[in-house]
Design a protein around this ligand. Structure first.
Ligand SMILES: C[S@@+](CC[C@H](N)C(=O)[O-])C[C@H]1O[C@@H](n2cnc3c(N)ncnc32)[C@H](O)[C@@H]1O
Length: 209
């Protein structure tokens, strides 16, 4: 009951932004991985799945289209970033045509999705990315060192109900794509993972890893 009330409060964009501020050490790691791992350029197009209020737009130098399932976040994102497109949409059922974007990305969203939703989101992201592109996943994971109990408990209190260890995250997304690269940045509140997914066919893979 208390958890549900807290989740409703966090749905408000202003409270959501405050929550983001508290998590600055983790957000800094997200930004580092975005800037080091996602190829961008003014002529390129990027879809950001689960964009929230559009915070990542500021660090993506490309044509940017953010989508989120929460229409009030999308309204706030439109107010914050007039130079980008935003659409309320379920990331597991994208309305875009195949091969619509050069790159797809998703930050801090996988832990809000159960395994079948995450597999669907990965398949959809890879469907809308053109050949040569990738789906870049960046999210907090349960601590690499299981003795870091504060980090373990802190992440398990998150309103996202599906915190995963690195190997679980990798296993789930591997049903829909091939993990071409991965990195982990350790942090005081969360460890943060980066996974670069490419289509199974492009990787020469024959099925689930
Ligand atoms: C922790 S927030 C991260 C937002 C943003 N990426 C950021 O880093 O600021 C997770 C976001 O995932 C969105 N989300 C959850 N399930 C979704 C779905 N099925 N499709 C699209 N967005 C979803 C939530 O509405 C929320 O905005």
């Amino acid at each position: 009951m208390l958890r549900k009330a807290l989740e409703r409060v966090l749905e408000f964009p202003a409270i959501y932004n405050l929550n983001q501020m508290i998590g600055q050490p983790t957000v800094r790691r997200y930004v580092q991985l975005v800037s080091e791992e996602i190829p961008v350029g003014a002529e390129m197009s990027v879809v950001d799945i689960g964009c929230g209020t559009g915070a990542s737009r500021a660090v993506i130098n490309a044509r940017y289209h953010g989508i989120d399932i929460n229409p009030s976040y999308i309204e706030a994102a439109r107010r914050n970033h007039a130079d980008a497109d935003f659409t309320a949409m379920d990331g597991t059922k994208l309305i875009f045509a195949d091969d619509s974007f050069d790159q797809a990305m998703s930050i801090a969203t996988t832990h809000h999705l159960d395994d079948s939703q995450l597999q669907a989101m990965t398949a959809e992201a890879l469907r809308v990315v053109r050949p040569g592109g990738a789906f870049h996943i960046i999210d907090a994971i349960l601590p690499m060192n299981p003795r870091e109990l504060f980090k373990e408990r802190f992440f398990r209190m998150d309103r996202g109900r599906f915190p995963r260890r690195l190997d679980e995250l990798q296993r789930v997304v591997s049903y829909s794509g091939h993990v071409a690269r991965q990195r982990v940045l350790n942090g005081p509140l969360h460890d943060v993972a980066y996974l670069r997914l490419v289509p199974l066919a492009a990787a020469g893979a024959k099925g689930a890893v």
